[in-house]
Design a protein around this ligand. Structure first.
Ligand code: MTE
Ligand code: MO
Length: 366
């Protein structure tokens, strides 16, 4: 790895699970997760939605904000927030998950944001569909990619860049992204990309560029850092890898009983326990089942109606808790036949870890 412009850049060698670096602690304090007990809410309160911000949050006052659409287009556009609000508005529940969610479940672990299970949330996003706006700009012959460029800028691996991602015209047509100015009935909060962000339904969160200020039509494929140097599935660092895109099937449960403050281990009394959680998947696929595995039993969960084609479903199951220590797992399946694995899928950067959550519970007499 290059050092870039900095002296004494900290080592990013794979770390054993016992060794959390000061830099990882710094990232974990800037980027918080969803407290898992709030999985009970259909829509995640904006302040509890997970956050992942690579650089510094830019300050973009509403009155001077403009979105530019340029590059290989017939008509360059420069839109104010008023222009964007005057267009068709839609509101849609979308489940967002960070591609690095579960990274800390790998051993050894890639040094980055050390997520366990909590980098997921479902908000009601409000905005205008992207595709008609791109049609108004009009792609010229030979456009292969649309680049979405955020106002935030920094370094990674020695490369200075704005956070930016791209979608091909086919990916735009398939995912129907939104240009979002509202979240859960309120204006977008600064940490979630105010005043304007992209939301790409069904994809991991990196595609949903925050603080979006420029869209550019390109006659070649976009080669920005966040597109080609990271967010690739690799089992070896030397590989080019496959791009990280669609959400993998996954589920979580609200940890039952009473928590221990430090270890987060759970304590409950014997008898029936109602377990609740959420399950989600990508590409508009449907969750077909969730199984609660208690170590000795496998219990089929009841599923609620999905909130929308790109949002999680609620599941519930009753477990007759018996005295002793148990490892509870929930395992979801979708209509492509995919099912969550029990161990993390191999990936050198810890992307796409959809291994079943394990909740350690102690059942004891009251
Ligand atoms: N401009 C910009 N957009 C960004 C990011 C960023 O750092 N800068 N992080 C991405 C990543 S990795 C994720 S997971 C989501 C997180 O969105 P949230 O913080 O609103 O939950 O935003 C994406 N969009
Ligand atoms: Mo992310």
């Amino acid at each position: 790895m290059m050092d870039g412009p900095f002296d004494d850049y900290p080592a990013r060698a794979p770390a054993p699970d016992t060794d959390i670096s000061a830099e990882e602690r710094g990232l974990a304090n800037r980027n918080h997760g969803l407290p898992l007990e709030l999985l009970r809410a259909d829509i995640t309160p904006a302040g509890a939605h997970y956050l992942l911000t690579h650089f510094d949050m830019p300050h973009l006052p509403d009155s001077t904000f403009r979105l530019e659409i340029g590059g290989a287009v017939r008509t360059q556009l420069r839109l104010s927030l008023e222009d964007l609000h005057a267009r068709e508005q839609v509101e849609m529940p979308v489940t967002l998950e960070c591609a690095g969610n579960g990274r800390a479940g790998h051993d050894p672990r890639h040094r980055s944001m050390p997520w366990m299970y909590e980098a997921v949330g479902t908000a009601l996003w409000r905005g205008t569909p992207l595709r008609p706006l791109l049609e108004d700009a009009g792609a010229l012959e030979g456009v292969q990619d649309w680049a979405f460029i955020g106002a935030d800028e920094g370094f990674d691996s020695g490369v200075r860049h704005h956070f930016a991602r791209s979608l091909t015209p086919e990916e735009v047509a398939r995912t129907e992204p939104l240009l979002v100015t509202g979240m859960n009935g309120q204006p977008l909060l600064p940490q979630h990309g105010a005043p304007l962000r992209l939301i790409v339904p069904g994809w991991y969160g990196m595609a949903s560029v925050k603080w979006l200020t420029r869209i550019e039509a390109l006659t070649e494929r976009f080669d920005g850092f966040q597109q080609v140097r990271t967010y690739r599935y690799r089992t070896d660092r030397a590989q080019a890898g496959e791009p990280v895109q669609d959400l993998r099937v996954k589920s979580l449960m609200v940890p039952p009983g009473l928590p221990d403050w430090y270890s987060r281990r759970r304590w409950l009394t014997p008898g029936p326990v109602r377990l609740v959680g959420r399950a989600w998947t990508g590409r508009g696929r449907r969750i077909t089942g969730v199984t609660l595995d208690t170590g000795t039993e496998r219990i089929g969960a009841d599923l609620s109606a999905p909130l929308g084609p790109h949002a999680w479903v609620r599941w519930e199951a009753t477990w007759d808790a018996t005295p002793g220590r148990h490892a509870l797992r929930c395992i979801a399946r979708d209509d492509s036949g995919a099912e969550q694995p029990l161990t993390p899928p191999p990936d050198v950067a810890g992307f796409g870890n959809n291994a079943a959550q394990v909740v350690d519970v102690q059942v004891g007499e009251p």
